[in-house]
Design a protein around this ligand. Structure first.
Ligand SMILES: [Zn+2]
Ligand SMILES: [Zn+2]
Length: 385
C-alpha cells in the first residue's frame, strides 16, 4: 500500500511521546501533540472529553456512515531501565505498554486518511486517556462520546510482544479477560484462645471460605469455560492467645464472558451467606467491579482479519490465539457498539521486553504496518462506490 505518511516523521513522534510519558488523566502534553498533528493535517479536532481526550474527525464523500478508531495515550508509574536516547525524561513514569506507539499509529492513519479521503463516510479518531486501570474509555463514553460522534462500529489495536513483527492476531470473540476485585470482612466474637467455646472464630470461618471459594471455578463453571478466583489476602489476629474479632480477605476474579463473570459473583455472595450461617459470623462482601471482558463481535473481527491479511499477507494473521487474562478498557466501547480489538506483533518478548516491564519499548518497525492496517480497515468498512 502506498501511504502518504513519512516513516521517519512517525518515528520522531513516537520517540518524542516515549521521552515524555504522562500518567492517567494527566496526558496534557500528549493531547497537545495529538491535536497539533491532527490540526496540521487539516483535521477537525475536538478536545476535552474525559479531560485530556482528543477526537479527530475525517470526512470523505457524501456518506453518513461512521466508524471509530481508538488509541490510548497514557503511560505507567514505572522507572524505565532502557539506556537509549529516547528513554523517559519523567522519572518514575514510562511508556511501558506501547501507548506511545498506538497514539503514533493512529496519528499516521489520520494523516493518510485526511490526505487521500478515499472512503465514503466519517472516521472518528479517538485518543483516550487513562487506559491503565482508571477506565478513561468509560469516562469518554459517560461524557457523551457516542452521542457527540455517532458511529456504527469501533475498533482498537494493541501491540503484542511475543507475536513476530509483521503479524497480527485477531480473535473471533473474547480477547481479554474481565477482572473484578473483592473485599470480605468476617466479624466474629474475639476472646481468650483457651476458651474457644465462648467465642465466634472468624479465622476458622475465613479458612472455610477460602476453601469454598475454590469450588467456584472447579464446580460451578462449565469446564469448557475459563474462570479464575484467587484469594490474595488473609489478615487476622495479632498474637498467640487471642482469637481476633475480625478476619479480612481480598481477591480477584477473571472471566471471559459476562455470564461467567455474573456466575462467579453470584456464587461468591452465596458462599459468604452460607459460611456466615454455618459459622455464626457476620460476612460483608464488597465487590469492586473492574474492566469487563473484551469481546469482539464476529462480523467486525472478520473484517479486521481481511484488512490485516491485505496489508500483512495471508499467512501473517493468527486467528486461533488464546485470549489474554489481562484486561483492557476497550471492553467498555464494545459494550456499546460492535467492533474488534486486534493485536499487532511487536516482535520477540525476550530479554524482559514484555508489556509493563522496565526494559520494554514499542517497535518502531511496525509503525507503518499499523497505519496501513487502520487505513485499510476504514476503506473496507466505509467503501467508496
Ligand atoms: Zn498496559
Ligand atoms: Zn496497553
Amino acid at each position: 500500500m502506498n501511504l502518504p505518511v513519512n516513516a521517519e516523521l512517525l518515528r520522531a513522534i513516537r520517540h518524542d511521546l516515549h521521552a515524555h510519558p504522562e500518567l492517567a488523566f494527566e496526558e496534557v502534553r500528549t493531547a497537545d501533540k495529538v491535536a497539533e498533528v491532527l490540526g496540521a493535517a487539516g483535521i477537525e479536532v475536538h478536545r476535552g472529553l474525559a479531560g485530556t481526550g482528543v477526537v479527530g474527525v475525517v470526512r470523505a464523500g457524501e456518506g453518513k456512515r461512521a466508524i471509530g478508531l481508538r488509541a490510548d495515550m497514557d503511560a505507567l508509574p514505572l522507572r524505565e531501565a532502557n539506556p537509549f536516547a529516547h528513554r523517559s525524561t519523567h522519572d518514575g513514569c514510562m511508556h511501558a505498554c506501547g501507548h506511545d506507539g498506538h497514539t503514533t499509529m493512529l496519528l499516521g492513519a489520520a494523516q493518510a486518511l485526511a490526505a487521500q479521503r478515499d472512503f465514503d463516510g466519517v472516521v472518528y479518531l479517538i485518543f483516550q486517556p487513562a487506559e491503565e486501570g482508571a477506565g478513561g474509555g468509560q469516562v469518554m463514553i459517560d461524557e457523551g462520546l457516542f452521542e457527540r460522534f455517532p458511529m456504527e462500529a469501533v475498533f482498537g489495536m494493541h501491540n503484542w510482544p511475543g507475536i513476530p513483527s509483521g503479524q497480527f492476531a485477531v480473535h473471533g470473540g473474547a480477547v481479554m479477560a474481565g477482572t473484578d476485585r473483592f473485599d470480605i470482612r468476617i466479624t466474629g466474637r474475639g476472646g481468650h484462645a483457651a476458651m474457644p467455646h465462648l467465642l465466634v472464630d472468624p479465622v476458622l470461618a475465613g479458612a472455610a471460605l477460602v476453601q469454598a471459594v475454590q469450588s467456584i471455578a472447579s464446580r460451578t463453571i462449565d469446564p469448557t469455560e475459563s474462570a479464575v478466583v484467587s484469594i490474595t489476602r488473609f489478615r487476622a489476629g495479632e498474637t498467640y492467645n487471642v482469637v481476633p474479632e475480625v478476619a479480612e480477605l481480598a481477591g480477584t476474579c477473571r472471566a471471559f464472558s459476562p455470564a461467567v463473570r455474573e456466575r462467579i459473583q453470584t456464587r461468591l455472595r452465596e458462599l459468604c451467606t452460607g459460611i456466615s450461617a454455618a459459622f455464626g459470623v457476620q460476612i460483608d462482601l464488597t465487590l469492586l467491579p473492574g474492566y469487563p471482558p473484551t469481546i469482539n463481535s464476529a462480523p467486525e473481527a472478520a473484517l479486521c482479519i481481511e484488512a490485516a491479511r491485505a496489508v500483512a499477507g495471508t499467512d501473517a494473521v493468527i486467528t486461533d490465539a488464546r485470549p489474554s487474562t489481562g484486561a483492557e478498557d476497550f471492553a467498555y466501547y464494545l459494550q456499546q457498539r460492535p467492533g474488534a480489538y486486534v493485536w499487532i506483533g511487536n516482535g520477540p518478548a525476550d530479554n524482559g521486553h514484555t508489556l509493563h516491564s522496565p526494559g520494554y519499548d514499542f517497535n518502531d518497525d511496525i509503525l507503518t504496518l499499523g497505519v496501513a492496517y487502520w487505513v485499510e480497515l476504514a476503506r473496507r468498512r466505509l467503501p467508496r462506490n
